[in-house]
Design a protein around this ligand. Structure first.
Ligand SMILES: Nc1ncnc2c1ncn2[C@@H]1O[C@H](COP(=O)(O)OP(=O)(O)OP(=O)(O)O)[C@@H](O)[C@H]1O
Ligand SMILES: [Mg+2]
Length: 143
């Protein structure tokens, strides 16, 4: 499925896009955020969190996943350190147990997300022509 591509020109615009997206999500939503280091995946997740009533989503640096209480709880996963590991390491997180009552956002989750859910929203973030520009493609939901 192809999606609409938006040009996003600042980190605050990325957060606003996340917030718009977050406002459309129900419990059970699973989102895969693709994009290189510093693409803006966490900035987008921060905006999603804002729409769920969560004031500050940070990069889960020392843990693989963080759970934020909100209007709908947000499970924020950074699977970067699981790349190249046995898939069992990911399965051991038992993330699927929380999916029905949460919004689950996974950075660096290509290759993992299918283990959690048959259907998910996929977001690709690419670097643009200048340092603050990103091209964001969203598949699986209409905004
Ligand atoms: N349009 C933009 N959207 C998002 N971030 C931007 C934008 N322009 C500049 N930035 C900067 O890019 C960086 C994005 O960082 P962020 O942690 O969100 O990326 P990330 O994709 O989560 O990286 P990582 O893979 O390391 O987790 C921030 O320093 C932010 O200020
Ligand atoms: Mg990040």
């Amino acid at each position: 499925m192809s999606g609409a591509t938006r040009i996003i020109s600042s980190v605050s615009a990325m957060e606003d896009l996340g917030s718009l997206l977050g406002s459309k999500l129900d419990a059970g939503a699973v989102l895969l955020l693709n994009g290189g280091l510093g693409a803006g995946k966490t900035a987008l997740a921060r905006g999603i969190g804002r729409a769920l009533g969560i004031s500050e989503v940070t990069s889960p640096t020392f843990v693989i996943s963080k759970i934020y209480p909100g209007r709908i709880p947000l499970v924020h996963v950074d699977a970067y350190r699981l790349i190249g590991q046995e898939l069992a390491v990911f399965d051991d997180l038992d993330l699927e147990l929380r999916i029905p009552q949460s919004v689950t956002v996974i950075e660096w989750g290509a290759g993992f997300v299918e283990r959690l859910s048959d259907t998910f929203i996929e977001i690709d973030i690419e670097f643009g022509a200048n340092p603050d520009e990103r091209a964001v493609t969203i598949k699986g939901i209409e905004l």
